[in-house]
Structure formats: structure tokens, C-alpha cells
Write a protein that binds this ligand. Structure first.
Ligand SMILES: NC(=O)C1=CN([C@@H]2O[C@H](COP(=O)(O)OP(=O)(O)OC[C@H]3O[C@@H](n4cnc5c(N)ncnc54)[C@H](OP(=O)(O)O)[C@@H]3O)[C@@H](O)[C@H]2O)C=CC1
Ligand SMILES: CC(=O)N[C@@H](CCC(=O)OP(=O)(O)O)C(=O)O
Length: 306
């Protein structure tokens, strides 16, 4: 009997860690855990890393950086790492864990020692923008503006507690300093040369997300229509299990994919005004976090996709 690969989830008790743990029950792997009382103890975490083939970091950014430093002390025995935080998503030496990013990305993830799991908002924005830039339909310096709304679970344990215990605001814009931590990641991996404007918001619902990008069709190349944009996206994601390009809808609810690991992309075009809105709908905890992590874990360990 072949041995099952061993996974250590650093941050197993958090929102993303629990989501990954649940999903791993469908895969032939062994999970190595630390004593909960020592879960923040660097020595206990180092011992757990030494036992693991793959370490999945589900930690705040600083703790993720510290975890990588701990793993490095294992030298040649250092495990492979999948990081769910923002810390390494634009770092050199890390492969961006978005298998649908380009035709070569799955293979790059399979062999990589270090993979960064994409951010929830960037997953939607990059999925919409990158194919249009790669196809020459959108110039890389297009002045992109991205609006997005997330469920409160996107803010982790602290925001979940604030919304469930005290009742949070029904709807709130944030990141209005235009320095949200996801901007560099979208800028780089979408292939943009101009920094996008990103306006996130959070609503009083637990899970779900919509990322929307308004466009002036006359500012794109080739006199394109909304149907052309749909065709470009549909062609790029044909045959993908986790990304689906669907027809336009008159309205979209952000919660519709809660509990699912797929993402829906749409082009809502108006041929008279020559305008369009691109939308990506996903679960911030699914394709936006733990579901994407599962895709990457399966690729890195050569396991069947759950
Ligand atoms: N929630 C989401 O939608 C998404 C989150 N992510 C990312 O995943 C990471 C985790 O986020 P999330 O699960 O939401 O956050 P949570 O706050 O829910 O969980 C973080 C966990 O890490 C633990 N932790 C903190 N510091 C340390 C440490 N030094 N050593 C060991 N454990 C530690 C926390 O323990 P304690 O609570 O006791 O401090 C907690 O259990 C973040 O980087 C986040 O950006 C990524 C995509 C989406
Ligand atoms: C609603 C909310 O607060 N969302 C978080 C993003 C979710 C998250 O933690 O982002 P990652 O995908 O990079 O880990 C935020 O804006 O900081």
C-alpha cells in the first residue's frame, strides 16, 4: 500500500483552515495537527512541518512570513508550502496558485515548491481581465475600475464575530484610501500596466462575493461587442471545472454560490450605449479561498481533484 501524503495546516482552527480541513476529508491524505494548546508555538510548528510533505499556511500575513522562516530552518528537509495569505502573492520564487490563469499554470503549480493561493477579490478580477488583455482586446494600460462586495466571512474570525454577535452594518464601502492589499496582486497577475482602482465593500451576509468591472466598449480594441467579450472568456475557460462563463442576467445575488467551489463569469453588454459590465460571482470562502486551496493541494500532490 502506498503511503498517503502528510499535510500540516498551520492555522487549522481559523476560517480558511477549517474550510480546507473539511474539504480534505474527500482526498487520500493524512492531516498532521499540533496540540491546540501549542498551535502558536514555533517549536511545535517546526516539528509538524518536519513531518509534512506539504504545509498549508492559513495565517495572517506576518505569521505566514514567520512560518516560512521556520520552514527554511529545516534546510533540505523543508516541506513544500501553499500559502493562503497575501504575503507572497507577488513575490519572486512563488508560483501563483490560480490554475486557470493561463494554459501553463496548472503544470507550474504541480512542480512548484512554493505556491501562493490567490486572494478572493483578485480571483474574480483576474479571471475577467487577463483573457481580454492576453487576446489584445484590452490594452494593459486600460483605466480599470473594479467594484466588489463580499460576505463578512471574508474578514475572518474577527469580522464574523462582529457581525454575528453585535450585528454589523448592512452594507459598507471600505478600502477608500485606495491601498487595499489586493491591488498589487490584481495589477500584476491581470497583466495591467496601470494600477487599477479597487473599491471593495462588505454586506451583512456570511458568504458570497461579486466582483464587477464596468467597461466602455469603444475604449477596447477592434470595435468589440459584449458578445465578443463573452466569446473570448468562454473560449479561455472552455472545459474548466471550476470556472464557468454564463449568459447575462438582469440581476445577480452575491450569495448564490455560497458553499460551492465554482466561479461564474458573465458579460452584461448594452449594444446601444456601447457599454458592458463584467461580473464574477464566487464564494469568498470557496473558489476565493479554501476551494482554490484544494485545487492547488490536489495539483501539488498529484491527487484527483475533489
Ligand atoms: N476569510 C477569507 O475569505 C479569506 C482569507 N484568506 C487568508 O487566509 C488567512 C487566514 O485568514 P482567515 O482564516 O480568514 O483568518 P482567521 O482569523 O479566521 O484565522 C487565522 C488563524 O490563524 C491563527 N494564528 C494567528 N497567528 C498565529 C501564529 N503566529 N501561529 C499559529 N496560528 C496563528 C489564529 O488564531 P487566533 O484566532 O487564536 O489568533 C486563527 O486560528 C489570511 O491570510 C487571509 O488573508 C484568504 C482568502 C479568503
Ligand atoms: C470582507 C473583507 O474584509 N475581506 C478581506 C479580504 C479577504 C481576505 O482575507 O483576503 P485574502 O483573500 O487576501 O486572504 C479584506 O478586504 O481584507
Amino acid at each position: 500500500m502506498t503511503q498517503q501524503p502528510v499535510i500540516f495546516i498551520d492555522g487549522e482552527a481559523g476560517t480558511t483552515g477549517l474550510g480546507i480541513r473539511d474539504r480534505l476529508s474527500a482526498l487520500p491524505v493524512r492531516i498532521h495537527s499540533v496540540d491546540p494548546a501549542r498551535r502558536k508555538d514555533p517549536a511545535a510548528r517546526k516539528d509538524a512541518m518536519a513531518e509534512a510533505d506539504l504545509v498549508v499556511l492559513c495565517l495572517p500575513d506576518d505569521a505566514a512570513r514567520e512560518a516560512v522562516t521556520i520552514a527554511e530552518t529545516l534546510g533540505q528537509n523543508a516541506p513544500r508550502i501553499l500559502d493562503a495569505s497575501t504575503a507572497f502573492r507577488t513575490a519572486t520564487g512563488w508560483v501563483y496558485g490560480f490554475p486557470e490563469l493561463s494554459p501553463a499554470q496548472s503544470e507550474a503549480i504541480q512542480g512548484a515548491p512554493r505556491v501562493s493561493n490567490p486572494g478572493c477579490y483578485p480571483t474574480g478580477a483576474i479571471a475577467l481581465l487577463r483573457p481580454l488583455i492576453d487576446a489584445g482586446i484590452m490594452e494593459p494600460h486600460y483605466p480599470v475600475c473594479i467594484n466588489a462586495v463580499s460576505g463578512y466571512s471574508g474578514g475572518g474570525r474577527a469580522m464574523i464575530e462582529a457581525h454575528t454577535r453585535d450585528g454589523g452594518p448592512a452594507f459598507e464601502l471600505y478600502g477608500l484610501g485606495l491601498e487595499h492589499k489586493h491591488v498589487p496582486e490584481i495589477h500584476l497577475h491581470a497583466g495591467l500596466t496601470r494600477r487599477p482602482v479597487f473599491v471593495p465593500s462588505v454586506g451583512h451576509f456570511a458568504q458570497g462575493m461579486i466582483v464587477s468591472i464596468p467597461l466602455h466598449l469603444d475604449d477596447l480594441n477592434g470595435g468589440v461587442t459584449g458578445d465578443d467579450l463573452h466569446t473570448a472568456l468562454a473560449g479561455r475557460y472552455a472545459g474548466q471545472d471550476h470556472v464557468h462563463v454564463l449568459s447575462a442576467e438582469p440581476k445577480l445575488s452575491a450569495e448564490a454560490l455560497a458553499g460551492r467551489d465554482t466561479m461564474e463569469l458573465r458579460v452584461h453588454g448594452n449594444p446601444h450605449s456601447r457599454q458592458a459590465v463584467l461580473t464574477a460571482r464566487l464564494d469568498n470562502l470557496g473558489k476565493g479561498a479554501s476551494g482554490a486551496a484544494l485545487q492547488n493541494i490536489a495539483l501539488m500532490l498529484g491527487l484527483p481533484q475533489a
